[in-house]
Ligand binder design. Structure first.
Ligand code: TXA
Ligand code: MG
Length: 383
């Protein structure tokens, strides 16, 4: 697919090309754009990234402008070879090497002290740098072809759900960037796990597909940034991006959650990595469905447009016009893959209220709920 879109409205000045990322010539053209300090969106295995030359202040500045992103929120530098880490970081501790070997290329970002070649414009003024080697073949070939380190935040307008399809990038970035490489639907669907390796014990700053126990198998003790566990206004998350409201659809989203899990007596307050492979009980799911149906009736009777976010197991149990299925409960990775798409659909449907089941089962549930809770502004009803 090669599709060129011309922008006509006055505020949209750039002609954003939507190109097939699997075609070598397109990747070459994209690499040239990056070399001349332009911006290209490209697929990674997690979400689409909005790429620019990581060592160029001006390219970084363009990324912030295109996203409408606060400039204190640093960018992740994408590399295509583990040895590039030594060009960007002053110190690479053994635990970093172990994690790189175990999970790269893949959905893990590591924070290390930065070398001076990494400009403040890329790291939001921090003396550390976030580095990741993605596994998506289009991302890797773009990095290699350009010969650059590529700074790439998720390719969404700041505050919107990260893009999991090229179409989502087009919605947000058309007219603002030079090119989008279309690699189809991404595999994972939520952003990489971020681990701070500047101290003795690695700290998770953002949960993701690589879970705490996966990390612990490689390096022993790993902690979670306390600011992620309970939303406490006095705790400042170490990843600046985690303090911002994110992913929120225009309609008011409420999560309906139950405390009852099998294999676990743990009470879920915020659905983080306390999950320990527990599974929501059948009875809890029945209670969640009943409550959502009550809430839907109430809003529909008051004349509002309503949507329900659910899983394939429960999709036919709701009396609602707009049922959005985010994967299936039995496989958490299918929920991660669909979550952002479903949140964007809420905006397309232009609904006033959205009710979602909680998805805190298993370890990946922690990462999924981290995003869903942000989207809901932590609006949760317990049954
Ligand atoms: O999966 C991903 O990581 C995607 C794809 C495109 O690679 N990228 C991504 O980037 O999610 P972005 O910019 O949307 O999120 C980066 C997060 C932000 O929360 C930011 O605050 C944090 O990483 N971050 C970046 N550099 C940091 C640093 N030096 N210290 C702490 N947090 C940092
Ligand atoms: Mg982002």
């Amino acid at each position: 697919m090669t599709n060129q879109k011309t922008i006509t409205t006055s505020e949209k000045l750039i002609n954003t090309k939507l190109m097939d990322g699997n075609i070598t010539a397109n990747v070459k053209e994209a690499a040239k754009i990056l070399q001349s300090k332009g911006l290209v969106a490209f697929p990674t295995e997690t979400v689409y990234g909005l790429g620019g030359d990581a060592l160029d202040e001006n390219a970084a500045a363009k990324i912030y402008t295109a996203k409408g992103r606060p400039s204190d929120n640093p960018l992740i530098v994408h590399i295509a070879d583990t040895k590039d880490v030594y060009e960007l970081a002053t110190e690479v501790p053994e635990k970093a090497t172990m994690l790189m070997e175990a999970f790269w290329p893949g959905p893990l970002t590591i924070i290390l002290p930065k070398k001076t070649i990494v400009p403040d414009g890329t790291t939001g003024g921090l003396n550390t740098v976030a580095i990741r080697m993605p596994s998506h073949p289009v991302a890797l070939s773009l990095i290699r072809e350009s010969g650059l380190y590529i700074a790439a935040p998720s390719a969404n307008t700041s505050g919107r759900p990260s893009p999991t399809l090229a179409k989502h990038v087009m919605e947000d970035m058309n007219g603002r960037i030079e090119m989008i490489l279309d690699g189809g639907a991404v595999g994972i669907g939520i952003e990489s796990t971020i681990v701070d390796l500047t101290g003795d014990v690695p700290v998770i700053l953002r949960p993701g597909f690589i879970t705490k126990s996966m990390l612990e198998k490689i390096v022993g003790e790993v902690t979670i940034d306390p600011a992620l566990i309970e939303p406490d206004p006095n705790l400042r998350p170490k990843a600046p991006g985690m303090k911002y409201t994110h992913y929120a659809p225009k309609g008011e989203l409420t999560i309906v959650e139950s405390d009852a899990f099998e294999n676990s007596g743990i009470t879920f307050t915020q659905g983080h990595e306390k999950a320990n492979n527990s599974v929501t009980t059948e009875e809890s799911i029945d209670n969640i469905v009943t409550k959502i149906n009550e809430l839907v009736d109430e809003k529909v009777n008051a004349g509002f447009q309503v949507a329900v976010i659910t899983t394939s197991e429960n999709a036919n149990r709701f009396n609602c016009e707009n049922i959005l299925v985010a994967g299936n409960r039995a496989q958490g990775e299918t929920i991660a893959a669909k979550l952002y798409q479903v949140l964007r659909q809420c905006d397309e449907l232009d609904v006033d209220y959205i009710f979602s089941e909680a998805f805190n089962d298993g370890e990946l549930g922690g990462a999924i709920m981290n995003r869903l809770l942000k989207a809901a502004g932590h609006r949760v009803i317990k049954v």
